[in-house]
Design a binder for this molecule. Structure first.
Ligand code: AMP
Ligand code: GLY
Length: 424
């Protein structure tokens, strides 16, 4: 079977690497791709916002499955266009992708379905939002409703700060994403991520992970797309995972189906493990980046088979098997990230021993045969081990074998678990 993979990040390199291992893959195409993805796939020039062009490409190259990596094409309705043209696609419809595309949509769904999450108010004007603040205690959690590239959530410590943030949000700081704002209760606890596949009816757990959103060691500095991750997240015990499935994932999938928006693809739940149990922070309609990299490192099952089962509505009875080991990834970013990253810095990966770690490319480019930085997050240096401590040591040994003078990384990915392992 020929497959078309859309996206250009570390997530998509990990997907490409795993898809390429499948015995049922004939030819893998990717757009826009990156130099790492190019090792596994033929890169093709395709504008993913031009749905007719994507459909025409699939017909011409006999593509039997399209895998959509990032959220933007999902929220833009590419899956619907492909399904209407009878092209199997891994990724939810535009209506179902509202679980990521509209925070207010998800909060309302949680309320209808009795899913544990923070109490909230959905507001459509600055006036309403300011009035609603009186119903909350600091810190105030303020969220632009729409997609805001991971920057639409502000936690304001004081009332004046919250009012200023609301003025920014309604003033257009997040473009159309801020036309509505959700105000939420602040939840205390440790965060973890849980992934499940669904074809709209059947649900198969995919596994857990924890990421590190802040740019600096010790979880300091501004938020990023994620500076590293590991899987599994031992804090999400089998008992807690069973609760997440029963109290959060199953009612979500059921309610979406019953309301006429069946969800097909991977559901990525961001969770807060509170004293009262796991509560939903938010959903994403895709794999996490860099969480996908650590999940793919551990995946034993055939990725093509499970994605096709999701796309065809044949997931019942399928299983996802992950190896019983820890995978940990360290993001190497270009200096300046998450502000303006320095582009063009040379990268030499030749020191990394093959087999010791897998380096997934994110923002890289080839310039005259030299690998250079071409984005904020540049590389995902990923290793496995019998414990988080061991996977961490191996990942950093590989990081230290890489020459990337204009890059940086956190030195403490996995610190919570490493501390717990040391204390055990
Ligand atoms: P994201 O929506 O992924 O950009 O994440 C925003 C981050 O804000 C989450 O990862 C949490 O750390 C935090 N957050 C979001 N909602 C809440 C909440 N209700 N209570 C506490 N922290 C929150
Ligand atoms: N790493 C978080 C995300 O992909 O949204």
């Amino acid at each position: 079977m020929n497959i078309l993979l859309l996206g250009s990040g570390g997530r998509e390199h990990a997907l490409a690497w795993k898809l390429a291992q499948s015995p049922s893959l004939a030819k893998l195409y990717a757009a826009p791709g990156n130099p790492g993805i190019a090792e596994e796939a033929e890169i093709v020039a395709l504008d993913v916002t031009d749905h007719a062009a994507v459909i025409a490409f699939c017909a011409e190259r006999e593509v039997g499955l399209v895998v959509i990596g990032p959220e933007a094409p999902l929220v833009d309705g590419l899956s619907d266009a492909l399904r209407a043209a009878s092209v199997p696609v891994f990724g939810p419809s535009q209506a179902a992708a509202q679980l990521e595309g509209s925070k207010g949509f998800t909060k309302d769904l949680c309320q209808r379905a009795g899913i544990p999450t923070a109490g909230y108010v959905r507001t459509a004007s600055l006036e309403d939002a300011r009035a609603a603040l009186a119903r909350f205690q600091p810190p105030y959690v303020l969220k632009a409703d729409g997609l805001a590239a991971g920057k639409g959530v502000v936690i304001a410590a004081t009332l004046p700060e919250a009012e200023e943030t609301l003025a920014d949000m309604f003033g257009g700081a997040f473009g159309g994403a801020g036309a509505q704002v959700v105000i939420e209760e602040f939840m205390e606890g440790e965060e973890a991520s849980f992934f499940a596949l669904t074809d709209g009816t059947a649900i198969v757990p995919f596994g857990s992970a924890q990421d590190h959103k802040r740019v600096g060691d010790g979880d300091t500095g501004p938020n990023t797309g994620g500076m590293g991750a590991y899987s599994p997240a031992p804090v999400l015990t089998p008992q807690l995972q069973a609760r997440v499935m029963a109290e959060i994932i199953e009612p979500t999938v059921r309610t979406m189906r019953e309301e006429g928006n069946p969800y097909q693809g991977v559901l990525f739940a961001g969770l807060m493990l509170t004293a009262q149990g796991p509560k939903l922070i938010e959903y994403n309609a895709r794999f996490g980046d860099p969480e996908c990299q650590v999940l793919m490192m551990r995946l034993e099952s055939d990725l093509v088979g499970i994605m096709l089962a999701c796309a065809r509505g044949e997931l019942a009875g399928a299983e996802v098997t992950l190896r019983d080991e820890t995978a940990l990834t360290v993001v190497m970013a270009a200096k300046g990230y998450p502000g303006t990253p320095e582009k063009g810095g040379a990268i030499d990966l030749s020191g990394v021993e093959p087999g010791a770690a897998k380096v997934f490319h994110a923002g890289t480019a080839l310039t005259d045969g030299t690998l250079v930085a071409n984005g904020g997050r540049v590389l995902n240096v990923t290793a496995t081990g019998a414990s988080v401590s061991q996977a961490q040591a191996r990942a950093y040994a590989a990081v230290d074998a890489i020459t990337f003078a204009s890059g940086f990384c956190r030195r403490d990915i996995g610190w919570r678990e490493v501390a717990r392992e040391a204390a055990a």
